[in-house]
Design a protein around this ligand. Structure first.
Ligand code: CA
Ligand code: CA
Ligand code: CA
Length: 279
């Protein structure tokens, strides 16, 4: 499938949104006029039709995410697991139009970006084969590591040296205890990234692909500390996937304002919006 894409960067709008000013309200109003075609926060008993993987995890606050997905295979103490590979979501027979996709990405534990130890650690996201995110991510601020990703360089791979965690929308938003009996307050470290992109779709199946690919340290598989709850090194998770049809106005059946509230974290970190024409 041939694709054409281009960037449309809106840094001024991003700053306004990050500051929570009135522009955010204006954009929210614009978004409210778009018709949602898919919303999944993975809570309760969600409809998982179209998903290649259905593993879900609930944190200490009752927040449920899709995942956690390991990025590499390993085994220790009789426990073994395989690298997850691509996680896909297929929305069949989607009409031609202009759409927006948003989701929260959680990168968990010791993602290493590039330039330092145990690298490169990549996350990739594509829409019908068109990459929207293809970059390294590092969870280690203060280290000698870099990350290719920023909201303005989502396709940098490992060619741009941003500081670790650039563009994140929250640290330890997921509240996960490492294992029963772990020290009080111990948490599985994680960064959230709230992604938002728009694209045009030529009609037919819409396929979203999410992929984490990381590099272990020499001899690294998993520590007993983390394997207690399968929190292998460098996994990832998703939440709040939403697809809106920007070519159609919302109808009275649109679930709001609760669903709009879910968008606020995503809107706060918009730095680049991309359009792609998928044939
Ligand atoms: Ca959720
Ligand atoms: Ca690591
Ligand atoms: Ca690594």
């Amino acid at each position: 499938m041939s694709t054409i894409q281009r960037f449309r960067e809106v840094p001024a709008l991003v700053r306004a949104l990050a500051a929570g000013c009135a522009v955010a309200g204006a954009l929210l109003a614009a978004t409210a006029q778009a018709a949602p075609v898919y919303v999944n926060d993975f809570e309760g008993a969600p409809d998982m039709s179209g998903w290649s993987h259905t593993t879900r995890t609930t944190d200490n606050n009752g927040e449920t995410v899709l995942g956690v997905f390991p990025t590499k295979s390993g085994s220790v103490a009789g426990l073994s697991w395989g690298a997850t590979g691509p996680v896909t979501f297929t929305l069949p027979g989607l009409a031609p139009g202009h759409y927006e996709v948003s989701f929260d990405l959680f990168l968990i534990l010791s993602w290493d970006g590039h330039g330092g130890c145990c690298q490169p650690d990549f996350f990739r996201f594509s829409v019908n084969g068109t990459p929207f995110v293809d970059a390294t991510f590092s969870n280690n601020p203060g280290s000698n590591q870099h990350q290719g990703y920023s909201p303005l360089t989502p396709l940098a791979r490992n060619t741009v040296d941003n500081t670790p965690a650039t563009g994140n929308s929250g640290f330890n938003v997921l509240d996960i205890t490492p294992f029963a009996g772990s020290p009080a307050g111990a948490r599985v470290a994680n960064y959230r990234y709230s992604m938002l992109f728009d694209f045009t779709h030529g009609g037919g199946d819409l396929v979203l692909e999410f992929l984490g690919q990381t590099t272990p340290a020499a001899g690294d598989q998993c520590t007993v500390f983390w394997c207690g709850l399968n929190y292998y090194d460098e996994p990832w998770a998703l939440d709040n996937l939403r697809i809106d049809d920007l070519s159609r106005p919302a109808t009275a059946s649109v679930p709001e304002p609760a669903s709009l509230a879910l968008l606020v974290p995503g809107l706060a970190v918009i730095a680049a919006r991309r359009r792609a024409a998928a044939g």
